[in-house]
Design a protein around this ligand. Structure first.
Ligand code: UDP
Length: 565
């Protein structure tokens, strides 16, 4: 019998369990199905299935949701992330819209760059009329997503990127100012090094029509940047996607450039590529040293990474992709995205404040260990099963690799749902609150207090009735008379300085092949300068993207529109 939290039970029952399926049977179904691929390589599938089952059922590693939901079905689609190209033609725009619907139906999320589309007002050759511009088409994609989602296993999610030098950039930045539009989209501005330089130098910046590559007009770079900061301050969007940083890390430049990541922005992909993600729950990898303090068990981490890489490779082999173009692009590079979750709780278990140099260093060390071991395993599989087909043209031979099964091995996903199933904090985010109140199906409100935080207080002999009540009430220990260290270890997302959020994001990115999903939280009274500082810090520290969220900004917006910072 697997021990699951009530939250995990609820989530599994709502969308993951089939009729008459228990959680044990779900994990068996997934393990058996994925292990099936081993047989094709002359390996013992039953043995692999048992190892995978133990990994999943113990909550040590979970693949992205589509793999849990669809494994075992005919033509099962198991990947979460897709990127599609949008060509500058009516046929191209609507072909991709159709492809998007098919991917959403299969449980995947889609990212697009709308940057190739000619700007609003540009000439349309076929009709002699004027183009309606990228943002108008985003609304059509949004509506289609809304309609398809009724029948899909999971909400379709989209990412729209527009290059910062596109003439419609102002319309794009303010596209979600009204709160009832584009709700199925996350927006990111595709930022170039040239733009950041122009902002720093207070210089002018050219907006270019992608149709004929000619400059349309010149604006002060600051004007774009300030509007971007203002909108991010107002409601957390758009985020920034650093195109040049991302493309410097492209493992297969011969195949093309990155234009967009997937919806939650952690996975830059080439047009038509897909990627399967999986995450290791760090809180399951602890060992107690002679009954003393706990520490991360390196041996368990290594073993888990190796199994997970094998698992994700099998997923690529047996995945049934919704489009032939996706099958082809994905099989050429065989990208996998192994990441971590439960980081914030690991820090608490190790008595480390999230906002500390020690914790930042640990994040870096963990991702270095994960990526190093995942690469070693990928090289081993490459030797056994063959390198990914685009290997010869990739960056790896130049780095001395003789084999590599995957063009990328690591990504840090948000783990929105799988962290609930695994019973740990999500991705690399700090705890949002120490207690959460949620409405259960019959309408009752239930408050659940974070068990790791409670245990931490209990071990320190600080868990009094009053402390318990205050946590349930405020979700935080900030207002309590507790030792400073304890308050720092239990600090929640909005109590952590934005600079530390960025430091953790950059630390995680340092050894991650793909991107990192993380929101930089800001207090409610943060200013636009604070947002700008976060953007510069993320860029200067080599992050591939950054998203901010100022406490309560979205609620506030509903009440008072046009508030300024
Ligand atoms: N995703 C999606 N719809 C959703 C949530 C997620 O399509 O409602 C996709 C999206 O590409 C996202 C990725 O799944 O970037 C991973 O999200 P997350 O880690 O939160 O998913 P989980 O596997 O925990 O469900």
């Amino acid at each position: 019998m697997i021990l699951l939290s009530p939250e995990a039970e609820t989530v599994l029952r709502a969308r993951y369990l089939r009729e008459d399926e228990t959680p044990e049977l779900l994990f068996r179904r997934v393990a058996d199905y994925i292990a099936g691929a081993e047989a094709g390589y002359g390996q013992n599938a039953a043995q692999a299935a048992q190892a995978y089952y133990e990994l999943l059922a113990s909550g040590t590693f979970l693949p992205n949701s589509p793999a849990l939901i669809n494994a075992g079905k005919p033509k099962a689609q198991l990947a979460a992330c897709f990127v599609l190209p949008i060509e500058d033609s009516l046929a191209g725009i609507f072909d991709t819209l159709k492809h998007t619907a098919l991917i959403h139906q299969s449980g995947g999320g889609t990212g697009f760059s709308f940057s190739r589309l000619r700007p609003e007002g540009a000439r349309v050759g076929a009709t002699g009329g004027a183009a309606s511009g990228p943002v108008s088409f985003m609304h059509i994609y949004d509506l289609a997503t809304q309609v398809v989602k009724q029948g899909a296993a999971r909400r379709g999610a989209n990412m729209a990127v527009l290059r910062v030098d596109h003439p419609d950039i102002f319309t794009f930045i303010t596209a979600k100012r009204r709160h009832d539009v584009l709700n199925n989209f996350n927006l990111s501005v595709g930022i170039t090094d040239a733009f950041m330089e122009a902002v720093k130098q207070q210089a002018d910046f050219e907006l270019i029509n992608p149709q004929n590559h000619t400059p349309v007009r010149t604006v002060p770079a600051r004007e774009i940047f300030d509007l971007l900061v203002q909108m991010a301050w107002e409601n957390g969007e758009p985020g920034l996607f650093f195109l040049d940083i991302v493309n410097k890390a492209n493992p297969t430049p011969a195949l093309g450039l990155f234009e967009s990541p997937n919806p939650c922005s952690e996975q830059p992909l080439l047009p038509y590529e897909s990627c399967v993600l999986g995450s290791i729950n760090l809180t399951r990898l602890l060992t107690a040293n002679k009954g003393q303090r706990v520490s991360l068990d390196k041996h368990k981490l290594t073993r888990t990474v190796r199994l997970a890489v094998r698992f994700l490779n099998n997923v690529i082999d047996i995945n049934s992709y919704p489009l032939p173009e996706v099958t082809e692009a994905t099989r050429k590079t065989r990208k996998i995205g192994l990441g971590i979750m439960g980081l914030a709780e690991l820090f608490i278990l190790l008595d480390l404040p999230y906002a500390s140099q020690e914790a930042v260093q640990l994040t870096k060390d963990i991702m270095q260990a994960v990526t190093t071991e995942a690469r070693a395993m990928s090289a081993e599989l490459g030797r056994e099963r063959g390198s990914f087909p685009a290997f010869a043209d990739s960056i790896y031979p130049r780095q001395g690799y003789e084999h590599m099964r995957n063009a990328t091995v690591t990504t840090i996903a948000p783990t929105g749902t799988i962290s609930i199933i695994a019973g740990c904090s999500s991705g690399i985010e700090p705890l949002f609150a120490l207690a959460l109140t949620r409405r259960v199906l019959d309408g009752r409100l239930i408050t659940s207090v974070n068990p790791v935080a409670v245990n931490y207080l209990r071990q320190q002999g600080l868990l009094t009735q009053a402390v318990n009540e205050q946590i349930a009430l405020a979700g935080s220990v900030a207002g309590l008379a507790l030792p400073d260290r304890v308050k720092r270890v239990l600090a929640t997302a909005h109590e952590i300085e934005p600079a530390w959020h960025v430091a953790q994001l950059a630390a995680a990115q340092a050894y991650t092949d793909n991107g990192v999903s993380k929101t930089v939280n800001l207090p409610k009274d943060a200013t636009c300068e604070d947002v700008a500082r976060v953007f510069f810090a993320a860029y200067d520290q080599g992050c591939k993207g950054v998203t901010v969220y100022r406490d309560a900004s979205r609620d506030e917006q509903v009440l008072s529109h046009g508030v300024g910072c």
